[in-house]
Design a protein around this ligand. Structure first.
Ligand SMILES: NC(=O)C1=CN([C@@H]2O[C@H](COP(=O)(O)OP(=O)(O)OC[C@H]3O[C@@H](n4cnc5c(N)ncnc54)[C@H](O)[C@@H]3O)[C@@H](O)[C@H]2O)C=CC1
Ligand SMILES: O=C(O)C1=N[C@H](C(=O)O)C[C@H](O)C1
Length: 265
């Protein structure tokens, strides 16, 4: 039995790579795919591949009419929460790639997934090396209380902070001890200069041409520093293996699992 997939955002930067990888994987089947501008076309040629016999549709609602085991979402921050809740409502497991959701959004999704008895995996970054950055940073935070996150992305990225930085900051916040830096409210000058507080962690977002996505975790201790950094390149290939790992594991348990590193052991 193969795992059947509904892919939303099938002709996007990541979606295209996923269509090709799903078509090449013997244990996976593309059951339905959503791409608004290419609706009516076969999904294969729409991503530069052989015909797959799957006709692209214009909305997740239409795609859910076709049975599948797992919905993958790589769309946009404005629509991902609605898509995820709709897929859960239809009894599908969900792999969330799209960035932009808050910790509160994820709490709501976890509750909905548990109530429906379906699994959800969400990762701010499905690259294996980015997951390792997160794993190493969480280990370091157990020993070093002072940590801040720098989030670098392209000038065109629509959301801030990145899914990578947001997830990292929220998870660091859950385990880190109190920092030794002065409380932000006590500082002289514009408090925005200290970045945004995500969970209990300061995140500094840089948006410049020349970056795809880089994330740096900076730890400071008396008379020494530790920097852990991940730099993404220009292709979407690094996200494919992690996303498909999540597809293969998402139905193991109901509720939300956050972070690709939760699937690595
Ligand atoms: N978790 C991870 O590892 C990664 C996450 N991302 C995130 O995934 C999201 C998508 O990234 P890209 O593929 O680079 O974007 P993209 O813009 O290249 O592709 C998104 C696709 O979704 C489509 N779309 C938008 N709204 C839609 C809707 N309502 N219904 C159906 N389709 C819709 C767009 O038309 C587009 O084809 C972003 O939030 C990005 O930050 C990107 C790379 C890796
Ligand atoms: O928008 C992007 O491009 C990316 N977004 C993801 C994020 O928000 O963290 C990660 C990926 O490296 C690229």
């Amino acid at each position: 039995m193969t795992i059947s997939i509904t892919l939303v955002g099938a002709t996007g930067w990541v979606g295209k790579e996923l269509v090709r990888a799903i078509a090449a994987a013997p244990d996976l089947t593309l059951a339905a795919a959503v791409a608004r501008q290419n609706a009516g076309q076969d999904a294969g040629p729409a991503v530069g591949a052989e015909a797959l016999g799957v006709t692209l549709v214009a909305s997740l609602e239409e795609a859910l009419a076709t049975p599948s085991d797992v919905v993958i979402d790589y769309t946009a921050p404005t629509v991902v929460k609605g898509h995820t809740l709709a897929a859960i409502g239809a009894g599908r497991a969900v792999v969330v790639g799209t960035s932009g959701m808050t910790g509160e959004d994820y709490a709501e999704i976890d509750a909905a997934a548990r109530a429906a008895g379906v699994g959800v995996v969400a990762a701010g970054n499905y690259s294996i090396t980015a997951a390792l950055m997160q794993r190493f940073a969480l280990l370091a935070a157990r020993h070093v209380p002072d940590v801040e996150v720098i989030d670098y992305a392209s000038a065109k990225k629509p959301d801030v902070p990145s899914g990578t930085a947001r997830e990292l900051a929220e998870r660091l916040s859950a385990i880190r001890q109190e920092p030794t830096s002065r409380p932000i409210g006590s500082l002289i000058g514009p408090q925005e200069a200290r970045g945004a507080t995500v969970g209990r962690t300061q995140v500094h977002a840089v948006r410049l041409p020349g970056f795809v996505l880089s994330c740096e975790v900076l730890f400071g201790a008396p008379d020494e520093r530790l920097s852990i950094r991940h730099d993404a390149g220009s292709s979407a290939a690094p996200y494919v293996a992690g996303t498909l790992l999540a597809v293969r594991r998402v139905r193991e348990q109901p509720g939300l699992r956050r972070g690709l590193d939760t699937l690595l052991d």
